[in-house]
Design a protein around this ligand. Structure first.
Ligand SMILES: C[S@@+](CC[C@H](N)C(=O)[O-])C[C@H]1O[C@@H](n2cnc3c(N)ncnc32)[C@H](O)[C@@H]1O
Length: 448
């Protein structure tokens, strides 16, 4: 095993382990992340090879890059001593390679002169290759951690590492900016932010050449993110407007076109998830979604509030055709409980996912009610993660499950969800805490 150091973005630190564990599992990489510290932007890990390191980080959104660790220390003297004593056998291997130095630091910036002065102190490595800032054969990195209190940063780093870059991540290659909603043509009030959509797909183990399905597609945020990772997206939504989009140049299809992934997009169509029309033997590899929570308007599904009355209407004839078979027929809707919709989602996942396939979906939770037994369970699905994102007055969490084989028997619960969600809705409009509330909740900030 060799030591490597991962550098992280300063973003969703509580999602890092889940993302890296999911990517490690996806690529069969063995890694111990138990010592991860959310407060540190760096993590030293032991891995078998550069190939494992590259596989672990290539798709990551929360990591920025991974480096073979050559040395470390509390100051530059200690760092150089460490590099000389543990890595001088490597100097010869890279002696003739073209190279450059990078500085990876959290809250630290350096002038070019300062950087050159530091690079000079590594002269003892004896590198003779040409310095090449574009596409060098080897990139070395000085990784610096600074003590930060509030917005103030210490003048000198309190710990340093030196390493050889093995792999930069999808984030460093620009995935988050590329998928930024501000640059996306077709978006709506329900669009899910790019960074968390991509992270959800990583934790949902969306794979190249496999299907990703979003039963509540909306504007397709998870589907375009899944296509970025090489998967084949399928989307359905009860609302024809979201599937139709805003015209020929602004719809789900044009989003895939914008990102150059049109050839992967399978299709999207209008469907009530609770009256599912996907064929029984269709295997879906990953399900990633953001179900309707019924906060803005109550949750509705196809069906009549009064089935007896509705049965009589099935004989209605309009212009010689049965009314409910006409193209312009708008199916009646009836209210539905979120608890039941989530139960439907878990049942669907248990039936359609292959063994090892994942379901990842977002659900709101009140900040002060983060209680484990509110997480719905299905006996064929093992619950893996409940990752929380906090806002000012509310929070939501990403729930992730994996389908286990025939022999697996987990527990089944959904009893508490209904109360929790109802209370979320009631409490959201009460802003959770009347005393500290100063403004009305804005519609655009509400979950769906
Ligand atoms: C929170 S939004 C999802 C937004 C989506 N992630 C996006 O990127 O725009 C929930 C979506 O579920 C859809 N929906 C509501 N009830 C549904 C049902 N019974 N079956 C399928 N879709 C439904 C809504 O029309 C809405 O587009």
């Amino acid at each position: 095993m060799k030591q490597y150091i991962i550098s992280f973005a300063h973003s969703f630190p509580n999602f890092r382990v889940a993302e890296l564990e999911s990517l490690a599992d996806l690529h069969g990489v063995s890694v111990d992340l138990s010592h991860h510290d959310e407060k540190s932007p760096f993590l030293v890990v032991e891995l078998e090879s550069d190939e494992d390191a590259a596989n672990l980080i290539r798709r990551s959104i929360l990591a920025k890059g991974i480096y073979e660790l050559w040395g470390e220390g509390a100051d530059f003297d200690a760092l150089h001593e460490s590099v000389k004593s543990r890595s001088s056998d490597k100097f010869e291997t890279y002696k003739q390679s073209t190279f450059k130095f990078d500085f990876v630091s959290f809250m630290g910036t350096k002038t070019t002169e300062e950087k050159i002065a530091i690079i000079e102190t590594f002269k003892y490595t004896g590198f003779e290759g040409k310095i090449r800032l574009k596409n060098p054969e080897v990139t070395y990195a000085v990784l610096e951690k600074y003590q930060v209190s509030g917005m103030e940063k210490a003048d000198t780093p309190d710990y340093l590492w030196f390493g050889r870059q093995v792999q930069l991540s999808a984030r460093s290659e620009g995935a988050v900016e590329k998928y930024d909603l501000k640059k996306r043509k077709y978006i709506g009030t329900t669009s899910f932010e790019a960074e968390l959509s991509l992270i959800s797909c990583n934790i949902g183990q969306v794979m190249p050449g496999k299907f990703i399905y979003d039963p509540f597609t909306g504007t397709g945020s998870f589907l375009v993110a899944g296509a970025y990772f090489g998967a084949y997206p399928i989307g359905t939504d009860i609302d024809p407007r979201s599937i139709r989009g805003k015209g020929v140049n602004c719809n789900l299809k044009t989003n895939f076109k914008q990102y150059g992934t049109s050839s992967q997009f399978i299709d999207s169509f209008v469907m009530d998830f609770t009256n599912n029309a996907l064929r029984n033997n269709l295997t879906i590899d990953s399900i990633v979604c953001d179900p309707p929570y019924g906060v803005r308007e109550g949750l509705k599904v196809c069906g009549a509030k009064n089935p007896e009355k509705a049965a009589g209407r099935e004989t209605n004839v309009v212009e010689g055709e049965l009314g409910h078979l006409r193209r312009d027929f708008i199916a009646p809707k009836k209210p539905y409980e979120l608890a039941n919709l989530l139960e439907d989602l878990l049942n669907f996942a248990a039936e359609k996912l292959p063994t090892g396939g994942r379901l990842a979906f977002w659900m709101p939770t009140a900040n002060d009610e983060f209680v484990e037994h509110h997480i719905p369970q299905h006996e064929r699905l093992q619950h893996l993660y409940a990752l929380e994102q906090e806002f000012n007055k509310w929070s939501r969490r990403l729930l992730v499950y994996v389908k286990r084989d025939e022999g697996y028997r987990g527990c089944t619960t959904n009893g508490m969800i209904e109360n929790n969600v109802t209370s979320f809705r009631v409490r959201y409009f009460k802003s959770f805490n009347e005393k500290s509330r100063t403004t009305e909740p804005k519609m655009e900030n509400l979950p769906q």
